[in-house]
Design a protein around this ligand. Structure first.
Ligand code: ZN
Length: 198
């Protein structure tokens, strides 16, 4: 990942967060001084800094750093990109897979860059719907393709752990632009991503 370590573990931020999490533990009725919890506030602070490191990254920059001229106009699909994010309402994880496709219009990017873009936006406080659109827009704005499609399937711990939702239900969101607004192109994409490897 092309981030600077000091961007994530900015020390004054880590220290301030550590103090807050110590108070949180106390307010929840636990003893932050007991042995098992001594280092927990600092660990949580650092974990949260990593889980929100996307604020220090620029998706457009990542794509532009590996943008190649190429005369292909076939649909390019990156399927089953692992995704871990935090819902902005409860700051609890939601996780699943993203499927991204685009039809180039003279420009392509490295396949790993698409996965990086998913990482950049998922490592922020999010709602799944906005995450889906942000990934689509980053590709649209940098590669100017003939079409972009993004589908995200995810499970939300805020619903599962609090018993709001049946344990295994998954939320699916999608965003389509350009050629993918046509029924035939969209169907082809959806067929290709739903074909599971056995
Ligand atoms: Zn939530």
């Amino acid at each position: 990942m092309a981030y600077k370590k000091e961007d994530i573990y900015d020390e004054p931020v880590t220290d301030a967060l550590t103090q807050h999490y110590k108070q949180v533990i106390e307010q929840l009725g636990e003893d932050p001084e007991r042995e098992g919890l001594m280092k927990t506030p600092e660990r949580v602070a650092k974990a949260m800094q990593v889980l929100t490191q996307g604020y220090h990254m620029d998706a457009h920059e990542i794509i532009n750093s590996a943008k190649f001229h190429e005369d292909v106009s076939e649909m390019i699909i990156v399927k089953d990109i692992e995704l871990y994010s935090l819902c902005e309402h409860h700051m609890l994880p939601f996780f699943g897979r993203a499927h991204v496709a685009y039809i180039p219009n003279g420009w392509i990017t490295g396949l790993s860059k698409i996965a990086r873009v998913v990482d950049v936006y998922s490592h922020r406080l999010q709602v799944q719907e906005r995450l889906t659109v942000q990934i689509m827009n980053a590709i649209k704005e940098t590669l100017n393709p003939l079409g972009v499609a993004v589908v995200i399937e995810a499970k939300h711990l805020c619903m599962m752990m609090r018993g709001v939702q049946k344990q295994n239900s998954e939320t699916t969101t999608s965003a389509f632009d350009g050629e993918f607004q046509k029924n035939s192109t969209r169907s082809e994409f959806l067929k290709l991503i739903s074909a599971r490897l056995s």
